[in-house]
Design a protein around this ligand. Sequence first.
Ligand code: JHZ
Ligand code: SAH
Length: 393
Amino acid sequence: MSFGEMPIANGFLESSEFDREHFYDMSVAFCERCKMVQLIEQPQPEQMFNETYAFFSGSSLFMAEHFEKFAGDVMAKFLRDVSDPFVVEIGSNDGIMLRHYAQKGIKHLGIEPSANVAEIARKQGINTIVEFFNRSVAEDIVQGYGQADVFLAANVMCHIPYINSIAEGIKVLLKPGGIAVFEDPYLGDVIRNTTYDQIYDEHTFLFSVHSVQYLFSQIDMEVIEVEPQDTHGGSMRYFIAAKGVRPIGESVQMQLQVERTLGLTSPETFDCFREKCERYRVELINLLRAVKSQSKSIAGYAATSKSTTIINYCGITTEHLDCIYDTTPIKIGRYSPGAHIPIVDHAEFRDNYPDFALLFGYNHKSEIMAKEQDFIANGGRWITYVPQVRVLE
Ligand code: JHZ
Ligand code: SAH
């Protein structure tokens, strides 16, 4: 399925940069052999992840709590009986998860290629190297620091096109009894809720237990446990160990069965998904047009990466949205990728309530609703497109 020409999802730009903006054909395909859903073409990793990277993990309180619990669970489950453990996290960003290990004095290392976010972590005393992880970096880490007990990754494994090198790197890096724990947006939730906005340049893959199992089976590692998560609109946490070293929990077979029932292994499911995407696109743009035809104002809320797909695929422009309110300093004062909608400081939302607000940050709905209660009290209405296009009551 092609979503057409797309810009870099996190490429928020100045007006002077409009004529140099990079676009690529955003097409996604399903591989019947490895069961992976993946982008066909993608910008180079350095074009997306660099010293001006615009996503800061700490922008959500809900996610900060999630990562505190994630760190605590891993410590309790896998590190209690290990003396002097060593933990490595890739895509550690501003240190949102690793700081809980650093605070406990646990030996740790973050691998984070985006220098600006890595710097925030370093300033908090979190050991971080600015690199793209791959097999050869794993070998260097083993040389310099020794093998790790735990390998962690959140919302990064599915971002890396050379995924086989990553899997091999994990194997090289871990001690024989070590464990890799990672989570990413889950294909099952994307299919269930038609959240096609999870497809954008950074998301090379949409994982399922089937595709992750296939990936690691090629290097004699296996999925020993899976745990669904309610983050980012529905994610899955995978636990991976060397083959035969740890018992395989029931959750794996159970989730594989769920995936067969959902049709995640058959091409027809994706034909149906494509039709739904096309329908949702028409419904959303028609709703925005209907609102505008009544001379009502609409603003976007949260300039998420996902919104780049929604905006550019649905043909949303400055005719529909006055601006997008957001909390990230590096995005404020710039323009959204592709459609060039102005990004405005969220603090100004309450001074200029629009009639309608399009909720691009639906995965942060509870956090946003809690702090924006006055918007509704002042007669404002939320528009959502997950799991259906509608005005919230
Ligand atoms: P949020 C990013 O996706 C990119 P995004 C990446 N590819 C990925 O997979 C996930 O993160 C992990 C704003 N916001 O978290 C701040 C508000 O304005 O859905 C940010 O600009 N007000 C790595 O970008 C944006 O939302 C708020 O109250 O889709 C972050 O969006 C909150 C909570 C957020 O991630
Ligand atoms: N784990 C955090 C950050 C996710 S953003 C969270 O869940 O909130 C994805 C991060 O992965 C970015 O900071 C990006 O710079 C980093 N990244 C991208 N490719 C990488 C690679 N090959 N190795 C390590 N990190 C990578």
